[in-house]
Structures are given as structure tokens and as C-alpha cells.
Design a protein around this ligand. Structure first.
Ligand code: FAD
Ligand code: AMP
Length: 475
């Protein structure tokens, strides 16, 4: 460890570690400090995403979906395997292996980009100095020409239902359950609540999701949200909207949740509950007095479009700043600032950040919803293609959902693309690229899509926007 670097990155999650790697690729000397500790006390890079977020949740979603398909779809294919069951210990072991391989991969990437990885706590001092408290408690003051703050976020607590790590769980706790709870409560029908609820529902839990808002997935296109709710209910997720949780009584063997909806006050008895009401930025212990870095009223670090804070040479990226709390958003910001610091071009196009919900059916979108375009007053057209009409989807037994394109009525510009159905998170990439290049529906219409692929659904939805779909009757 040197005591002076061109760049010091505080936080080694999906915003911080790409910033460090790109800074190294740009020929700068760089250190990345991260304090993440696993349950066994070991340190790991990768932040929430690799250790307790994106990666472990997708591992469990895959395992539980495979079990579901083995039970529900194999007989249709003619596959007879008897009663499929889940070995939860093996499922968790597989997940842990994936997490370990992913976090250790960062160490190899750091080595190749000549990044010094430092385990411990980082605190910004005035004048671009960083106080580094190592794992063994040794404190060193490091100097940098530029500092990137990438401290991420942690689960938002619900005052009336405090986390206890065994009965009242945060999302990390819900990913690490050693056994399938008979009755699982989920507070919050956001992305995390729905993904975690889906995992344990598919493994056999009776899952009740309590959501304070009357609207379901209000950030998604209305037609997509409606379709999603229909399928989730069919899967047995008991989603109660307009249900605000107000308290909890934990007793041996379970928890009694109090909630209120339009009909009055209720209680719900469950064995365990996951509080998934959102995440808040990590800024405690990050900033000494007088750094010039400002926080907003919710604790996010204030930045401009290029992620500059109010302090010269200090940037902030990822979940600790405004914008969607998504790994790929943080990654692009991290890479942008590392390029800006090196005097190169860097930009994040905030209009084309895709959102994905990894449920079944999967949900993904980019750009504006039909409701947003309508509210803007801009004349528009839509094209919809159901997966029921896709040969590939039929061959996959995955006909739920549709692809929808929203475009300007006069200039044909694609304004938003919404997919609910198989591999939606993969399919949306084409729409992101199209929108990055300001494509029209005609551009998509004239782009050849292999047959039979799921990607034809986007092609046909683009054609449907002009009532020229081939594989589905135009309305
Ligand atoms: P983080 O990943 O939170 O990393 C910040 C790191 O900084 C942490 O390791 C922290 O310990 C460290 N740190 C903080 N302060 C200090 C300090 N002072 N000194 C040293 N180190 C410090 N997003 C997606 O895009 N796709 C998904 O599928 C997805 N699934 C998710 C599933 C779950 C269950 C959860 C909880 C989140 C999910 N997310 C997903 C969100 C995603 O994890 C976050 O958006 C992403 O991790 C943010 O990256 P970050 O680098 O800003 O912060
Ligand atoms: P997200 O911010 O997308 O992770 O979603 C969190 C969800 O939790 C939001 O839809 C909130 O409306 C919901 N929520 C927040 N507080 C409560 C509460 N006390 N009871 C039920 N739902 C809540």
C-alpha cells in the first residue's frame, strides 16, 4: 500500500469496482477501499450486488424456477421424474459458490488493472485525503488527486417492524434462509419484495405481500403491471394492495403483523417476515467535517449530471446518489467518472437505463410508459405482440405476456419498450440499443430477426405500431 494515489475509490460494489478498474486501465494509480464483511467475518469486494443482492437473488430465482418447471412443465414435455423436491442446503451451497466465484473474480480483475484493493473503512477528509481504517484497526491517512465515493445503500428499516435477523428479516436474511418457512410475510411489493416472495413461494411457502400503495408496480407500464399481477396471483402470491403495515409482535415461532387497509385494521400471522420497503444511501461515517460534499434531505450525496460533488476532485456514483438504485446504473457512472478523471470523454444516458424484474414472467422496460407519454401530451402510437403468438415461446411453454412498443405518432421515434414474458431482461437490450441510437419503429421493422426467436416479438410489436404485424391480427 502506498500513501498516495491518483484515485481512491471508497466502496467496491458495482459502482466502485468498475470505477477503480477503468481508472487503472487509464494508467492511473488507484486504490479501492471496501468494508463489506460476510457473516463469517471475512471481507469481500462486490458490495450488495454480488454478496447480498443481484447475484444471490438470481441464483435462487433460477433454482426455484427450475423446481417449478420440473413440477409443472416436465409432464407436458413427457418427462417423468417422479416427485421433484428441493434440497435447500444444496441450493444455498450452490448460491454461496456463485457469490464466492464472483467476488473473488474482482480480485483477479483488480490485479490485471493494477488496482490496490484495501479491506476496511474509508472516510473522506478535507482536501482529498482519505482516512483508511484497516481490518486490524490500523489507521492511515492516504492522499489522492481524485476521490470517488461509491458507498452504496442498505435496507430501509421499518420503525414499527424492527429487523431482528431471525424472524424479521432484511433482503440479505431472506436470501440466506436455511429452510422454507411455512408462512412468509413480505412488506413492500417493490422489485426486491416480489423477487424474494417468488423464490420462497415456488419452494412452497404461503407468501402474503403487503403493499401500502393501492397501485401495483406503479413505475411499470400500466398494461404490464396488470398482466404481472394476474400471473403472480395465479402463482399463489397473496398480494394485498393498500395494506399499510403499522406494527409487529414477535413471539416464539412467529410474528403477528398489524396492517390497515380501506376495510380497517387487520392482523396477519406468519412464521417470518421480510421487510422490503426500499433502500437508503450509506453516508454515515463516510464524510468528515469540512469536506464540501453535501447530502440532500434523504441522505443522498448531491451530484451534478457528471457525478461531481461540491468538492473539487470528489465524485460520487451508484446507490449513494440520485437515480434508480440499479447495479448497471452505478457501473456506468463509475466508468464515466474514471474516464472524466483521466481527461477522456464520459457520459451516462439516464434516459435509456433498463429496468428488469426477474420474476416469472420476467418484466423489463426502457424509456417511457404509455401513461407517461400520454401525460406529456405528445401524440403517440403503440404496438403490442403477445408471446402466445410466438412459435419459440410456444415451443418453450412460455406464452405468458407480451412486448409493447410506444412511439411518437408523427416522427415514429421509439419512446419506450415494455416486455413481460420469457427472457424479458435479455430482450430489452435490443430496445436499449435502438433507443440509444434514437431509432424509429421503422428501423426495428426493417431489422431482420432470426426465426424462431423470442426477439421476433419486438420486431412484430414494432410492426404492430403501424398495424403491419404479420404473425398476429392487427387491431
Ligand atoms: P453497493 O453494492 O451497496 O456497494 C457499496 C459498497 O461500499 C459496500 O460493499 C459497502 O460495504 C462499501 N462501503 C460503504 N461505505 C464504506 C466506507 N465508508 N468505507 C468502505 N467501504 C464502504 N440491481 C440490479 O441492477 N439488478 C438486480 O437484479 C438487482 N437485484 C437486487 C436484489 C436484491 C435482493 C438487492 C438488495 C438489490 C438488488 N439490486 C439489483 C440493487 C443493486 O444491488 C444495487 O443497485 C447495487 O449494488 C448498487 O451498487 P453500489 O456500488 O452503488 O453500492
Ligand atoms: P421499492 O422502493 O421499489 O423497493 O418498494 C418498496 C415498497 O414498499 C413500495 O411500494 C412502498 O409503497 C412499500 N411500503 C413502504 N412502507 C410500507 C408499509 N409500512 N407497509 C406496506 N408497504 C410499504
Amino acid at each position: 500500500m502506498s500513501d498516495s494515489y491518483d484515485v481512491i475509490v471508497i466502496g467496491g460494489g458495482p459502482a466502485g469496482y468498475p470505477a477503480a478498474i477503468r481508472a487503472g486501465q487509464n494508467g492511473l494509480t488507484v486504490a479501492c477501499i471496501d468494508e463489506w464483511q460476510n457473516r463469517d467475518g471475512s471481507y469481500a469486494f462486490g458490495g450488495t450486488c454480488l454478496n447480498a443482492g443481484c447475484i444471490p437473488s438470481k441464483a435462487l430465482l433460477e433454482s426455484s424456477e427450475l423446481l417449478h418447471r420440473a413440477r409443472e412443465e416436465f409432464p407436458t414435455h413427457g418427462i417423468r421424474i417422479g416427485a421433484a423436491t428441493m434440497d435447500v442446503t444444496q441450493m444455498q451451497k450452490r448460491k454461496a459458490g456463485i457469490v464466492k466465484a464472483s467476488t473473488q473474480g474482482i480480485l483477479a480483475l483488480f490485479k490485471s488493472a493494477k488496482v490496490t484493493g484495501l479491506a476496511g473503512h474509508g472516510k473522506l477528509l478535507p482536501g482529498r485525503k482519505v482516512e483508511y481504517t484497516a481490518a486490524d484497526g490500523t489507521v492511515t491517512v492516504l492522499e489522492a488527486k481524485s476521490v470517488v465515493l461509491a458507498s452504496g445503500s442498505t435496507p430501509m428499516p421499518l420503525k414499527s417492524v424492527p429487523f431482528d435477523g431471525t424472524t424479521v428479516l432484511d433482503s440479505w436474511g431472506a436470501l440466506d434462509l436455511a429452510a422454507v418457512p411455512k408462512r412468509l410475510g413480505v412488506i413492500g411489493a417493490g422489485v426486491i419484495g416480489l423477487e424474494l416472495g417468488s423464490v420462497w413461494r415456488r419452494l412452497g411457502s404461503e407468501v402474503v405481500v403487503l403493499e401500502a400503495l393501492d397501485a401495483f408496480l406503479p413505475m411499470a407500464d400500466g398494461a404490464v403491471a396488470k398482466e404481472a399481477l394476474k400471473h403472480f396471483k395465479k402463482q399463489g402470491l397473496d398480494i394485498r394492495l393498500g395494506a399499510k403495515v403499522t406494527g409487529a409482535t414477535v413471539a416464539a415461532g412467529g410474528v403477528s403483523l398489524s396492517y390497515a387497509d380501506a376495510a380497517g385494521a387487520h392482523t396477519l400471522e406468519v412464521d417470518q417476515v421480510v421487510v422490503a420497503i426500499g433502500r437508503r444511501p450509506n453516508s454515515a461515517g463516510l464524510l468528515a467535517e469540512g469536506t464540501g460534499v453535501a447530502l440532500d434531505e434523504r441522505g443522498f450525496i448531491r451530484v451534478d449530471d457528471e457525478c461531481r460533488t461540491g468538492a473539487k476532485g470528489v465524485y460520487a456514483v451508484g446507490d449513494c446518489v440520485r437515480g434508480p438504485m440499479l447495479a448497471h446504473k452505478g457501473k456506468e457512472e463509475g466508468v464515466m467518472v474514471a474516464d472524466l478523471i483521466a481527461g477522456r470523454y464520459g457520459e451516462v444516458n439516464y434516459r435509456t437505463i433498463p429496468s428488469v424484474i426477474y420474476t416469472a414472467p420476467e418484466i423489463a422496460w426502457v424509456g417511457q410508459t404509455e401513461e407517461q407519454v400520454k401525460a406529456s401530451g405528445r401524440p403517440y402510437k403503440t404496438g403490442v405482440f403477445p408471446f402466445l403468438a410466438s412459435g419459440r415461446a410456444r415451443a418453450m411453454e412460455a406464452t405468458a405476456g407480451f412486448t409493447k412498443v410506444v412511439a411518437g405518432a408523427d416522427d415514429d421515434e421509439i419512446l419506450g419498450v415494455h416486455v413481460i414474458g420469457p427472457m424479458a431482461g435479455e430482450l430489452i437490450a435490443e430496445a436499449v440499443l435502438a433507443m440509444e441510437y434514437s431509432a424509429s419503429t421503422e428501423d426495428l421493422q426493417r431489422t431482420i430477426h432470426a426465426h424462431p426467436t423470442l426477439s421476433e416479438a419486438l420486431h412484430e410489436a414494432a410492426l404492430a405500431a403501424d398495424k403491419r404485424a404479420i404473425d398476429f391480427p392487427n387491431r
